[in-house]
Design a protein around this ligand. Structure first.
Ligand code: GSH
Length: 292
């Protein structure tokens, strides 16, 4: 980029005097805390999830569906949609569960005192430990799993907040940030490709919370389902990531988890609220709209 391409020069002190533009402008603000009073609904199950089927939200619902598929009935949950483009994450009830105002957030009512859990990585680790599932017990394997889990939490903001924001959502297309974050995203895909060329899953031969965390971002990206950026990033180059992504996409729990709190796309793939396993058969949007 030539220096003359930039018409913006930062003032001495940044001030919040106008919307930044772009898809999420109306919800961006430089302040934390609630903007309005709103209690969260509570259903009858031990676990209450407040979320949306974005990549970070899908991590939690896939995890819960995987636990139920493994026979952990204590993982039964109610999932309530939080409409982040309408500012639900700034309601007082949600902020008391997650002071960072981001989905997903979980409350476990089966503990002596209801326990809040926020941050998708923390939710995955909490559930894995609570049910002793999808996290290796051997110290070396557990450490490898947690290294990839933390890798994902640290890396995805470059893909989402960096590449995705500037490539798909920003009101102007700027070469410098798109270039920078496309480069970093491709480097991350290469990290995954090398690992998955050697092992079936990220932590080794077993499917774990590291895969559950990583798949909704990097799996969806190589399957061409994120930002419509498959050609731009030439995702077909990452053949091992594609193999892994396709393998995980076939898991029934993943297919169910992706539908929960999904409020866009094909009506048959949307289950706005989830309160029972049977909801996948009876309460998807196509059926509700037909009045069935
Ligand atoms: N580090 C957080 C990130 C969560 C996050 O960024 N959630 C987004 C949706 S994918 C959100 O709630 N955005 C609303 C906002 O930024 O106001 C996690 O992994 O849980």
């Amino acid at each position: 980029m030539k220096e003359s391409d930039s018409s913006y020069s930062p003032p001495e002190v940044w001030t919040w005097d106008r919307e930044s533009g772009g898809k999420f402008a109306s919800i961006n603000r430089p302040l934390a805390g609630p903007t309005h009073d709103k209690d969260l609904p509570v259903g009858r199950h031990p676990l209450q999830l407040y979320s949306l089927a974005t990549p970070n939200g899908v991590k939690a619902t896939v995890m819960l569906e995987e636990l139920l598929a493994l026979g952990h009935s204590g993982a039964e949950y109610d999932a309530w949609p939080i409409q982040i483009t309408e500012g639900d994450q700034f309601g007082s009830g949600f902020v008391s569960v997650n002071p960072n105002s981001k989905i997903p957030a979980l409350v476990d009512h089966s503990e002596t005192k209801p326990l809040r859990v926020f941050e998708s990585g923390s939710i995955l680790l909490y559930l894995a430990e609570k049910f002793a599932a999808l996290l290796p017990t051997d110290r070396a394997q557990r450490t490898e799993c947690l290294s990839w889990l933390f890798w994902q939490i640290g890396s995805a903001p470059y893909l989402g907040g960096g590449f995705g924001h500037f490539y798909a959502y920003a009101p102007v297309k700027l070469e410098y940030p798109i270039d920078r974050f496309a480069m970093e995203t491709k480097r991350q895909l290469d990290v995954l490709d090398r690992r998955l060329g050697e092992y079936t899953f990220l932590a080794g031969e077993d499917y774990t919370i590291a895969d559950i965390a990583t798949w909704p971002w990097y799996g969806a990206l190589v399957l061409g389902q994120l930002y419509e950026a498959g050609d731009f990033l030439q995702v077909n180059e990452y053949e091992h990531v594609k193999r892994w992504a396709n393998q995980i996409a076939e898991r029934p729990a993943v297919q169910r988890g992706r539908m929960v709190n999904r409020t866009w796309g094909e009506p048959e793939g949307q289950l706005h609220e989830r309160h029972a396993a049977s909801d996948f058969e009876t309460r998807t949007q196509d059926k509700l709209e037909r009045g069935q």
